[in-house]
Design a protein around this ligand. Structure first.
Ligand SMILES: [Zn+2]
Length: 411
């Protein structure tokens, strides 16, 4: 897409408008997304290169900035000017390479979209502008780069728990006494000297109880997870080894406690609230069970929200960061419901019902004999929008032994 007459400012404004709709539609599942606008040194036209980061797992604001700054310049494919087909960037342009890069990253905790504008020329960054865009579209500038301590009061949340961990350990190392940092209400980073006796353990517990007692959260159930559990449980990815490398050896070689104290019921409440726009909800049987059912009255899938949270605590994610584990569950429910409803409409030769939230059962209309039964969540993922019935049938038929012509089961 190239328009010689359009300015980069106008392009960015258009993208911002589209972005606010995306945030409204996709909520916490919205992915990072942006555009780079390159100016052709020969004809001055702007060429747009879209960028999306589906798994926006940033360890810090600096990490994000570094990735953005090298995004275009480390590409191996050639970029051509949309107007004159001249090569942009790379050795061919003698270093004369100018572009504006706009990037958006949603902060589900404070419901604000962090947007960055970067101006790069000849391999160096001229300026970076930060903006926080709220749900009403109000834009509030923020100076970037910023430390987590500067970022939090402006943005209403930490950008990265991993960076907060780094800063927190810097402030507390060597660890001589109990220390804590509140990431959000009911979620704390904790350090404590090694526990060598029952008295030490007692003191540690009392300090934790005192800490959570100050929380305004109504929950009184908390879990503690030490970062080192990553090794005990053989977690392979996204452990402190990857994002806390400066302290990796210190944590391995000492028995210092460095972990997170957080509340599974608080996480449950947050998931509940975040799901509202998707037309589904959470429920559980009794207050003390860690199993949650996500869905509606007919279609639902279950997951262990306590396990999701502990996984997140060890990997340096906040309550809202832990939502990344809920997203596939939400997608699984959406696909089960969509597939179930379409099958019911198509398989008119049978009487179809759903039981247990995701088991599809087909019976003969006369005699009520069970002809077919399968789990809707076990079907292959359908990547494309199967809007046409024919496309939908050719996706599903082989998986459930359905004759695509007669719409009757083969067995
Ligand atoms: Zn050109």
């Amino acid at each position: 897409m190239t328009q010689t007459g359009t300015s980069w400012e106008q392009e960015v404004r258009d993208r911002q408008e589209f972005r606010s709709q995306m945030v409204q539609n996709f909520g916490f599942t919205v992915m990072d997304h942006g555009v780079a606008l390159l100016r052709c040194p020969r004809c001055a036209a702007l060429t747009a290169i879209n960028s999306a980061f589906p798994d926006s797992d940033w360890n810090s604001l600096d990490h994000l900035l570094n990735v953005l700054e090298s995004y275009l310049e480390s590409r191996s494919d050639q970029i051509l000017c949309g107007a004159c087909r001249d090569t942009l960037g790379g050795p061919a342009c003698n270093g004369d390479f100018e572009y504006w890069l706009w990037h958006a990253h949603f902060l589900p905790e404070s419901k604000r979209d962090l947007q960055l504008l970067i101006h790069r020329r000849n391999g160096t960054t001229d300026w970076v502008e930060g903006m926080l865009v709220d749900e009403a579209g109000q834009i509030c500038p923020i100076t970037l780069p910023a430390s987590e301590v500067e970022f939090r009061p402006r943005a209403g949340c930490f950008f990265s728990v991993r960076q907060a961990w780094k800063d927190f350990l810097h402030d507390n190392w060597p660890v001589s006494r109990f220390g804590s940092l509140e990431i959000s209400d009911g979620y704390y980073l904790i350090v404590n000297p090694p526990v060598d006796s029952d008295a030490d353990l007692q003191e540690f517990k009392e300090n934790c109880v005192r800490l959570v007692g100050r929380s305004s959260s109504s929950s009184n159930q908390y879990e503690f997870a030490d970062l080192s559990w990553a090794d005990t449980w053989s977690f392979e990815e996204n452990t402190y080894h990857q994002w806390l490398s400066e302290f990796e050896r210190d944590l391995e070689d000492t028995d210092v406690i460095a972990g997170v104290l957080a509340s599974p019921p608080r996480f449950y409440e947050i998931v509940q609230a975040e799901l509202r726009p998707f037309g589904c909800w959470l429920r559980r049987e009794g207050d003390n069970t860690p199993v949650a059912f996500l869905g509606d009255d007919e279609y639902y899938v279950s997951f262990d929200y306590r396990e999701f949270l502990i996984n997140a605590m060890i990997k340096g994610y906040s309550y809202w960061g832990a939502l990344k584990f809920v997203e596939p569950v939400l997608e699984s429910w959406e696909q089960a419901r969509e597939t179930g409803e379409r099958l019911k409409a198509l398989l008119s030769a049978y009487s179809c019902t759903v039981y247990g939230g995701h088991y599809f059962q087909c019976r003969t209309k006369r005699g009520r004999k069970i002809v077919k039964e399968f789990d809707l969540t076990r079907l292959s993922e359908c990547d494309d929008d199967l809007e046409e019935n024919s496309a939908f049938i050719s996706w599903i038929a082989p998986q459930i032994e359905l004759d695509p012509q007669t719409l009757k089961f083969l067995v």
